[in-house]
Structures are given as C-alpha cells and as structure tokens.
Ligand binder design. Structure first.
Ligand SMILES: Cc1ncc(C[n+]2csc(CCOP(=O)(O)OP(=O)(O)O)c2C)c(N)n1
Length: 242
C-alpha cells in the first residue's frame, strides 16, 4: 500500500492508482474512489451481487460527512433498502470536509438520522471507541446476514491532520485539533482500556508498538527502493489493453 502511495510499480495498482484508487480484490477491497460519494452506488451493486449469489458476504462502504450530502448517497441507500441488500453504510463524521465544517453543510445533528428516510436502522456512535464500533458493526453485520437489509453507522470522530500534507489549515483552530489528538486518540484510549482491564501489560504494549513501527519502517523502505512504472506500461491494465 505504501508503494502505491509512492506511485511505485510494486504497489497494489502498480503505481497507477495512487492514494485515491487503492484496490485489492483478493481481500475484498473493491477500490477507493476519487469521486466523493462514488463508492456508494458501487457498494449497492456489490450488495445486489451478494444477494443474487446467495453468499453470506456483507458489503461495507466508508464515506465522509461531506460525501453524505451528495445525491448518489441517497440513490444507493434507497436501492439497498427496497431490495434489502446486505450493505452497511459507514459514515466517518470527522467534522471536516476539506475546509468545510460539518454543521455548515448539513442541517442534521446526527447523520444517522438519514437512515430513517430509508426505513433502515441508523446508529450514531463514538467512532473513537474501538469496542463501540465493534459492537455496532456486529449488529449491522448480523442484520445483513439475516436478510434484514442495510444499516447505517455514523462514527463520530475527528480529522487530526490536514486535508492534504502541507495544508496550512487556516480554517480551524489548532486548539481543537490538539484536544482531539491528546485526549481522544482511539488507539491510546483502547490501549489504556486494555491495560486497566488487565488484558494487556505496559510491557506487552511496547512490544506491539515496536512491532508495528518496524512493519511500517519496512513498508517505507520497500516503497522507497521500488521502481516507478515504466512509460511503456502506461496503457496496460486498462479495460482494453493497448
Ligand atoms: C464529486 C466530487 N466533488 C468534489 C471533490 C473534491 N473533494 C475531494 S475530498 C473533498 C471533501 C470530502 O469530504 P468528506 O466526505 O467529509 O471526506 P474527508 O475529507 O473527511 O475524508 C472534496 C470536496 C471530489 N473529489 N469529488
């Protein structure tokens, strides 16, 4: 994945997808989408495919608070609801759509209120609480598998970094960012929970942090040392190969 972010030939999409179009069909990742809200109609299609093939798969789409105001969201939710497709609509309400605060662009307090318009269950939860996310997701997965149709989950969270690397972020107060970063980091919160519940020791936790860091360092090194795609391969991997 890091190689793909670097545009290298060893990436998931041979360096031609970049950060916005990462796909890995072998593990069920059908592709991110550069068109904001573009993934929702696609996931309704995946849900229809699951229903027709009668498998126990569940299709999940992740989108932003900004995306949630776009037309395709409503078309996809409507289709998924009338056909009771095994789909979960997960909106990551990280409170910022590029430079636009969520409340500026949408009149709803809880984005899961939209679910009522399509007669599907909607849950608004603390998206930085790992266990709440797990519990709610399991409920939605069970409903999908029992033929009850789609659900919507709003994970309330926060976008700590800029919209892009180098974003000067003049549109928001850095104190707001720091509060979330220092007091509401989902990994640190879960780690503290596990230590308190005596499931994890501080020592074991350090081992995990070190392992993850080593894995990330190796991924970066792999990406840095990988070649760029060759110009002569530019027309390969299209719908029709040249
Ligand atoms: C249809 C469309 N309109 C506009 C854009 C430009 N754009 C890219 S990201 C973005 C903001 C998306 O906000 P949100 O859905 O909240 O996602 P987040 O930035 O939080 O990941 C916009 C407007 C786009 N990629 N596609």
């Amino acid at each position: 994945m890091v190689a793909e972010l670097f545009g290298k030939a060893t990436g998931y999409c041979k360096g031609k997808g970049g950060s916005m179009h990462i796909a890995d069909f072998s593990i069920g990742i059908l592709g991110a989408n550069g068109v904001v809200a573009g993934g929702l109609p696609l996931i309704a299609g995946a849900g229809l495919s699951i229903k027709l093939r009668k498998t126990d798969q569940v299709a999940v789409v992740f989108f932003g608070d900004g995306a949630s105001n776009r037309g395709p969201v409503h078309e996809a939710m409507n289709m998924a609801a009338i056909w009771k497709l095994p789909v979960i609509f997960v909106v990551e309400n990280n409170q910022w759509a590029s430079t636009t605060p969520q409340g500026y662009a949408c009149a709803l307090g809880d984005l899961c209120q939209r679910a009522a318009g399509y007669n599907m269950p909607g849950y608004s939860i603390d998206g930085n609480d790992v266990l709440a996310v797990r519990e709610t997701t399991l409920k939605a997965v069970a409903a999908a598998r029992q033929g009850e149709g789609p659900s919507m989950i709003e994970n309330k969270t926060y976008r700590i970094r800029g919209h892009f690397e180098g974003d000067p972020q003049k549109y928001r107060d850095q104190a707001e960012v720091l509060t979330w970063q220092e007091k509401n980091d989902p990994i640190q919160r879960f780690e503290a929970h596990l230590v308190k519940a005596q499931v994890l020791t501080k020592k074991k936790s350090k081992v995990i942090w070190d392992e993850v860091k080593a894995e990330l360092d190796a991924a970066l090194e792999f990406a840095q040392n990988s070649p760029y795609p060759k110009p002569e391969d530019a027309l390969q991997d299209l719908y029709v190969n040249a």
